[in-house]
Ligand binder design. Sequence first.
Ligand code: KIV
Length: 275
Amino acid sequence: MSASAQIKRITVPELAARKGKEPVSMLTAYTVSVARQLDPHVDCLLVGDSLGMVLYGLDSTLAVTLDMMIAHGAAVVRGSSRACVVVDLPWASYQESPQQAFRNAARVLAETGCAAVKLEGGREMAETIEFLVRRGVPVMGHIGLTPQAVNALGGYKARGRSDAEQEKILDDARAVAEAGAFSVVIEGVVEPLARKITESVPIVTIGIGASAACDGQVLVSDDMFGLFSGFTPKFVKRYAEIGQTMAEAARAYAEDVRARRFPAAEHTFAERKPA
Ligand code: KIV
């Protein structure tokens, strides 16, 4: 038996059972090499459509395609053996109808080997979530600040500051839970609302910019590694400065090349004379 065959992946029911227990840790991953580094440490790897902005330099997540998600999802599954892998359904791949959502979610599960899909939206997506769950597709919801709705929301500002907005987002959480999602990401909402949602729904809430009141946390890994050179939101804690380390390594390499210090003898194939 290979080493990887001995490691059991964390399953969707195991994650679902963590409600109110040990907090769930989730990070985004988009590539084999990053998945390999994160896999031993976190419960869940999210192949988020944030890859459009983080990896591809797009202005929003709207131009991310299903094929991009499948290619990166499959890479993350290949690079991991322990964490539960969840892949985002991208914009316009599920909003049209439950049938469209099933067709595309089925492709994501079959072609990546991931355990679940994540989709954005509240009560308006409840019918679709129920349709998927009844057909064997585990669904993670995503409410609050939903980046695919950037045009409708008018930007990426924190949500839930008014009573009306709080009521709407709480109702979204209830609808997503009743529809059968096993977990829900709550993004960019004020702390009292995150707490109220977490106390009100029987499913695991995973916060990003939604306080410590949630049942788990997720961050975009490039943000917390200091690798993404764009705007860093207030809720991100920088655990490393990998971008700076890479830039310093590139500078040292270029200087070595210019000074003919690289490659040195130990990096060079010597001629082997026949005996
Ligand atoms: O796409 C993503 O990375 C996400 C997280 C921000 C939760 O949805």
